[in-house]
Design a protein around this ligand. Sequence first.
Ligand code: SAM
Length: 387
Amino acid sequence: MDAILQKATDEVYKLVEADDEFLRRRTIDKLRDLQYALETPEESMQRLIYLGLTTSSIRVSYNLDIFNKLVEADHPLALDELAETTGADPVLLGRILRHQSSMGIIDEPSKDTFTHSQTTRNIAKPDIAAGIQFCADVLGPMYAAIPSFLAERSYQNPTSLSDTPFNQAWNTKLPLWGWLAENPEHRARFNRFMFAQRSSVKDCFSFISLDKEAEGWSAEKPLFVDVGGGVGQQCIALKERWPGIQGRVILQELPDVIVNARAQPLPDDIETMEYDFFTLQPVKGAKFYYFRAIMHNHSDEKCVEILKNQADAMDEGSTVLLDEIVVPDTKVEWFVTQTDLVMMGQFSAMERTESQWRSMLALAGLKVKSITTYTHGFRLSIIAATK
Ligand SMILES: C[S@@+](CC[C@H](N)C(=O)[O-])C[C@H]1O[C@@H](n2cnc3c(N)ncnc32)[C@H](O)[C@@H]1O
């Protein structure tokens, strides 16, 4: 058995080098299935019942800046040293760190001495850390609210933007965006989270040729409008991919996010503009109106409203680009199913299959030109549509 495991281990490490997303993801799922196949009923129970507890312990370690300390040190750190620099009780801290070591989140090479593991190095990265903290703080209470929320509504698919598990958990009628505007600390982490999402896969711009489509475009005309573009992550990515591309690049967002985007600051050649996509698009005749992870936050009815607001500004050369998940009809990956349930909890919204995308776009009066799926895990796709 040891020889078989060693061979499997060697093969797995080769995958890290191979940079083959499909093979890597398939192997992760296969290894998971093998792990579960070995479990007794009690072990399955033990694994499942404490998932939230591990997230809580990770949150404590972020509060105490443990992961950065472990990653930055060039040697394993003693528990007493960590207790002294964090001000935490060594008995308490030891219990938390031993739990994290038992879960592979950190490593304990010898008694009361801790160092980083692959997971520590992964989750110490600032954008990833912001994403985990945002989800622990803001979505954690929402996850807890889901069972009673659905039971009280007789298990009907949620449809209201002001009656969601998020609203119940936070006792607010505000949709997430309004609530985040009143909670800037969470908003700042959410913005970083959007950099972390999809950071392990190649950007969509590696798979589509906007530069070719925009050949001959003039510098004064709007080229790329990133609607609801966060703090400009995709405008920056576009400029990095095609530094010489001609035409105006414009980030549109809600007012509080535009303030955050300007504070970074953004490169000079990226314009910023306050815009609510439930109003008419003010930038007329752009080559591309790009929406990443926007439609999955909304019901079909609201998506149609947003898209009709763009259609008025589009001319015959304009294309709407939706950068979204296209859910396969069967064997949907956990990456996709969990996002789908989060959209339900936050917005009464959903991820969509190809036929759902096509019928929603048809309702908005747009024709699908192409669908390019560019990642295996998330099934991220560019849906291009014209008037
Ligand atoms: C899921 S995030 C995606 C951000 C960015 N497109 C990305 O993929 O990284 C959705 C974004 O839509 C913005 N948003 C929500 N409602 C909006 C509205 N009515 N008008 C403009 N932007 C809005 C939010 O502020 C948020 O940054």
